[in-house]
Structures are given as C-alpha cells and as structure tokens.
Design a protein around this ligand. Structure first.
Ligand code: PGA
Length: 255
C-alpha cells in the first residue's frame, strides 16, 4: 500500500515571516493526518526558519532544487550538505519552470538525482509534456524521454528514495487541470514503463504524484484514481485554507 504524499511547492513566494506563519498553520492544522506524508518546499532562504518550526513534527521539509557538486566556485548554487544542514529531506528536481526558464535538461536532472541519492536525500522528480506536445500526440513519448534521461544509471534499489510527479506543463498555474482520466492514463503509463525497466515490485511501490492546478475542489476526483498517489501543489499550497483541505482529502481516501 503506497502512502499518499501531498507536497507543497512554494515556488518564489513568502518572505521569512510569511513562511514561518504558513508552516506553523500547516503543522497545527494537520496533526490528525497520520495517513498522509506532508511535505513543504519553501525557498532556500526560508528553509532554516521553516525547519525550526517543523522540527520534531510530522511535516517534512523539502527544497525546490539542488546543485550536484559538493562545494566550490559555483556562485548562486546550493549543495546537498547545505540542504541537509537546514533539515531538508526531499528535493524537487526537474520542475518544468526550471526546464523552461533555467536551462534544466534531462541530463542535468540525472546529475542532480545522483547527487541527491548519494547524499541520502530523497527526490521528487518532475516530468510532463507541453500543450504543443500533447496536441501533437507526443505526451507519452516526451515522458519516456524524460524518465529515461532522469533515471539513466539509476538502479531499482534507489527507487525507495524517489517519488515521481507528473505535471503536464499546460496545467501548471493555468487553472486547467488534467481530467482524472487524462492523469490516470499517464500515471498508468509511467508505472508500466518503470515496471518494464525495474520490475513489478519497484513499480508498485513507486509513488506518482499529480501536479497542475490541484485545489480542494478537484483533489478528490484526481486522488481517487488508482495510480495517483498524491499531489504536488503550487498555487493552492500558499494558504493553509486551501492546502490543508487537500491533505484532509488524501487522508480520507487513505482511511
Ligand atoms: P500549480 O503548480 O498547482 O500552481 O498549478 C503546480 C506545480 O508547479 O508544482
């Protein structure tokens, strides 16, 4: 049985005071949600203050990116040990905004993933097609390329530290959600591909999150799909009033 995960990607939002307030609200309002793994991913600058609030609680700290080198002359970058020293346990990799605006490629996602795993951290690896690719009937092909690239040289044992997030680019921040059927179709495809490469046990244990305009109003029908194991939430995670109900829905479906 896969434990549902609800992860909040704060993106470039919240100064430290706002981050502390939001983290505190999430922590307090979700104490009953023991069936759901809850992750919040603030900006790098807010990691330490959020960690102070979450320490010892059930809410897990994540980061939005990480560089693959251990240290050195890489102005503006952040290493695994730096993240670990802030209490980080999960790192989002290959988010479409990183791919679109900051030159992330399948190859650099793979380098980051190797560094995450070598350092005992866990990864949320994002994949997803653009609208143009979907309309051209290439969604599966694009996702296959992204997972082949991201998981090059990664063995089955590593998957205990990997979560995949399917985030169709056309659904991120647009208010357009993939229909439950569209999401389920790609999730089942992803699981099938993992099974072909890594075997049935790895595939059936792998959590595949959906991301793209998830909100309280659509969480239930999305998370009811058999291959959806949680959500990576952007806009709706910035307020406890919209993030907590998504967590509660996941909890109800897991009960
Ligand atoms: P959204 O973002 O929920 O605002 O669409 C999701 C994401 O980018 O992870």
């Amino acid at each position: 049985m896969r434990k549902m995960m609800i992860a909040g990607n704060w993106k470039m939002h919240n100064d430290n005071a706002q981050a502390q307030q939001l983290a505190n609200q999430i922590k307090i309002k979700t104490t009953a949600e023991t069936n759901v793994e809850i992750v919040v991913c603030p900006t790098f600058t807010a990691l330490s203050v959020v960690n102070d609030i979450l320490k010892g609680s059930h809410v897990i700290l994540g980061a939005q990116n990480m560089f693959w080198e251990a240290q050195g002359a890489y102005t503006g970058e952040i290493s695994a040990s730096m993240l670990k020293s802030c209490g980080v346990r999960y790192v989002i990799l290959g988010h479409s905004e990183r791919r679109q605006y900051f030159g992330e490629t399948d190859e650099t996602v793979n380098k980051r993933l190797r560094a995450v795993l070598e350092n005992g951290l866990k990864a949320i690896v994002c994949v997803g097609e653009t609208l143009e690719e979907r309309e051209a009937g290439r969604a599966r092909e694009v996702i296959d390329r992204q997972i082949n690239g991201a998981f090059a040289g990664i063995d089955a044992a590593a998957f205990s530290a990997i979560v995949v997030a399917y985030e169709p680019v056309w659904a991120i921040g647009t208010g357009k959600t993939a229909s439950p059927e569209q999401a389920q179709e790609i999730h089942a495809h992803l699981r099938q591909r993992i099974e072909e490469r890594y075997g049935a046990d790895t595939a059936s244990a792998l959590r595949i999150l959906y991301g793209g305009s998830v909100k309280p109003a659509n969480a239930r029908e999305l998370l009811s799909q058999p291959d959806l194991d949680g959500a990576l939430v952007g806009g709706a995670c910035l307020k406890a009033e919209t993030f907590v109900p998504i967590i509660q829905t996941a909890g109800e479906l897991s009960a």
